[in-house]
Design a protein around this ligand. Structure first.
Ligand code: ZN
Length: 328
């Protein structure tokens, strides 16, 4: 095994330690942030305080609700994953010798000036093997985040993913390992989901075609594919590119029984009228061709608790006065 493969494997092992079906963006975002620092040529170790603001912002944007509150956990716990193969800490001995489970508070990490970073040999390899850093970053993105968010995450971090491609040939072992490890996507999923919803966005009805080909229309996984979501209609939604991204960002979710579109209270739009995004709040999605194809409560439940940014906006009662004897 060459050096590049060893480094790729060290990162791969961290990912595999995550529980199946759970979306936990904390560690991967910290790793990506650290990779961006290495790419910019910054020192190996960094004080928690120096990256705290950036971590908070990243988790608020790309994580589920309340993720930002535990943003200091990976900074501490990554050091014990894989017996410290991927992350080193430095600081006062009385803090560092604590048991792994005794996570210091945010305040302690700041006041004690705790520093963290990749171990010297990994840092060295990332800085000197052409394309390795990009290969690691791409793999972390592929295995931890939905595809709609990759470009935005990289842009938010200032991470340049276009590196030399020589590595693909240099690490055949790692490439093979990844191919067998990853779940394959069913190429027919997109077509089946779009057809189920008659080739339109089930939120806004967008249905543009170029000739006969739908444009800007995507099949979204409700429970993301990379966390075990299956390629079946009941786990799919036909969404325009905008609504696909908003859905993956947790800006809105869909109620498991009434199938109404529910926006997050964190979603703010200046235009509250019929042209604004919030016009869709509280509306039922366009139904698929058959009730069998409706999104399943199991997957919508996953989405609501893993991706959606709670709390939900309330739905105004629009049928006020319609029921006989309604109080006035
Ligand atoms: Zn749409």
């Amino acid at each position: 095994m060459n050096r590049a493969t060893e480094v790729l494997d060290a990162f791969e092992n961290i990912r595999r330690a995550q529980r199946a079906g759970v979306y936990a963006p904390h560690k991967p975002l910290l790793i990506l942030l650290a990779l961006a620092r290495v790419q910019r040529g910054e020192p190996r170790l960094v004080e928690f305080t120096a990256i705290d603001g950036a971590l908070k912002q990243l988790l608020a944007e790309f994580g589920p609700s309340s993720a930002a509150k535990s943003r200091h956990y990976p900074f501490w716990h990554l050091a014990t994953d894989g017996h410290g193969a991927l992350w080193n800490l430095s600081g006062p001995r009385e803090v560092l010798k604590r048991p792994a489970g005794a996570t210091p508070s945010l305040g302690e990490l700041r006041e004690q000036h705790i520093k963290g970073g990749f171990p010297p040999e990994i840092d060295e390899a990332l800085r000197h093997i052409p394309g390795l850093l990009q290969a690691v970053a791409t793999r972390v993105l592929d295995t931890c985040f939905p595809g709609t968010l990759h470009t935005d995450i990289a842009a938010a971090l200032g991470l340049d993913l276009d590196g030399p491609t020589v590595l693909r040939d240099a690490v055949p072992v790692a490439a093979e390992y990844t191919t067998t490890e990853r779940r394959r996507r069913d190429p027919a999923f997109r077509e089946r989901v779009l057809r189920a919803y008659e080739y339109r966005c089930c939120v806004c009805g967008f249905d543009l075609r170029i000739g006969h080909t739908p444009a800007g229309l995507e099949a979204a996984h409700i429970q993301w594919h990379h966390v075990g979501g299956p390629d079946i209609e009941a786990n799919g939604l036909s969404l325009c590119s905008l609504h696909h991204k908003l859905f993956d960002l947790g800006v809105f979710t869909i109620e498991p029984s009434a199938h109404r579109v529910i926006f997050s209270q964190h979603a703010i739009s200046g235009d509250r009228g019929t042209a604004g995004e919030l016009q869709f709040h509280g509306r039922r999605i366009h139904s698929p061709q058959h009730t069998d194809m409706l999104p399943a409560a199991e997957f919508l439940g996953w989405n609501a608790s893993n991706a959606f940014k709670t709390p939900a906006r309330r739905v105004e009662r629009t049928d006020r006065g319609a029921a006989p004897g309604a109080a006035r």
